[in-house]
Design a protein. Structure first.
Length: 349
């Protein structure tokens, strides 16, 4: 049984009003020079089942690994997507998985929450400041250090990209650590990364060649998205026609299909499909550029360390844009097709 969207939205509003002040009484830590800070066990909380949100969690996981290389990390997530996303992260000890389906939901939900309460952590990090359950879990956790993820004016004024959903948890953690005696870290925020292995990338290259049947460089498009983020068939057909005009026959132009097996360009391009997240990422890794609207597969392309162009018309690109490796976001309400192809040409050439 699926919960209606309007009920889900109402639930979120109620929970946000109840939990918005949680953590406000938790004062910033004070550095004690006589006390050694030893972070060995870390919990990161991000109770969301969507592929994109799991991938957007990878920068804060990398930040913890880089900062505390001897630590073990538990993830508190929802659904099973986190397992393939973090498969090659050796420092992840346990993935505490909230059930996605309603069957036996309350019992399993309570069991997961109790497991957080019973276990001691050196540090707990709420990966989403807007998550009511994330704030509650951080509050009730048995942890020495708690990073609630609240908006900090000092960090906001310092970093123009603070709004990004993957970056602000990293900035917040760094800010917190300076308060307990750690040296300020001004390195670049880690990219999204599913840590593809060499063997996975090699297999992805072979799978790609089965589709293209040649050794030319490849442009990959993904024409699906959810709700209002999805562009029309006419929009994608016009874009695909221009793409062929600009880059065929020097490049292969292929389409990755969604699980629904639909194509907004009516299957006019060579195409492929996979249910395996890591295989999808490995194939994308072997392409020159990946082009899509804002969706989870766009974030998968970015996490495969492939130059990614994301089209935005509804969601805020400052929050969700792909970044790193030449990736960028294009707001189609404020730009034209000429702007899009200038950006694509810049990446390819």
């Amino acid at each position: 049984m699926k919960v209606p969207k309007r009920i889900n939205n109402f639930r979120r509003k109620v929970m946000h009003s109840i939990t918005k002040n949680i953590g406000s009484s938790y004062s910033e830590p004070k550095f004690d020079t006589d006390k050694k800070i030893d972070i060995k066990k870390v919990l990161i909380i991000r109770p969301n089942h969507r592929l994109g949100n799991q991938l957007l969690l990878t920068p804060i996981v990398q930040e913890v690994i880089n900062t505390f290389p001897e630590s073990e990390i538990d993830l508190f997530v929802k659904g099973g997507v986190a397992f393939p996303v973090f498969e090659n992260y050796k420092q992840i000890d346990t993935i505490i998985q909230l059930p996605k389906k309603p069957f036996n939901y309350l019992f399993k939900y309570a069991k997961c929450w109790l497991s957080i309460k019973r276990k001691h952590y050196d540090m707990v990090i709420n990966g989403d400041k807007n998550s009511s359950s994330g704030r509650l879990l951080t509050q009730i956790s048995n942890a020495t250090h708690k990073v609630f993820g609240d908006v900090n004016e000092e960090i906001q004024s310092k970093f123009k990209d603070y709004e990004h959903i993957s970056k602000y948890p990293v900035y917040n953690l760094r800010h917190y650590l300076t308060k307990i005696g750690f040296q300020e870290n001004n390195t670049a925020v880690p990219f999204l990364n599913i840590m593809l292995s060499d063997s996975e990338i090699t297999k992805g290259g072979k799978r790609l060649k089965e589709v293209t049947k040649n050794d030319k460089k490849t442009i990959c498009i993904y024409t699906n998205a959810t709700g209002d983020k999805c562009y029309s068939e006419d929009w994608w057909t016009a874009f695909y026609t221009r793409l062929k005009k600009e880059y065929a026959p020097d490049y292969n132009i292929i389409e990755m299909l969604p699980i629904e097996n639909i194509s907004k360009i009516n299957f006019k391009a060579p195409h492929f499909y996979s249910k395996d997240i890591r295989e999808m990422g490995a194939i994308i890794k072997n392409t020159s550029i990946f082009i899509a609207a804002d969706n989870g597969v766009m974030h998968l392309a970015s996490a495969s360390l492939t130059p990614t162009v994301g089209f935005f018309c509804v969601t805020n690109e400052s929050v969700y844009e792909p970044y790193g490796n030449g990736s960028l976001a294009l707001n189609t309400n404020k730009t034209t097709i000429e702007d899009w192809f200038k950006a694509i040409h810049h990446i390819l050439k």
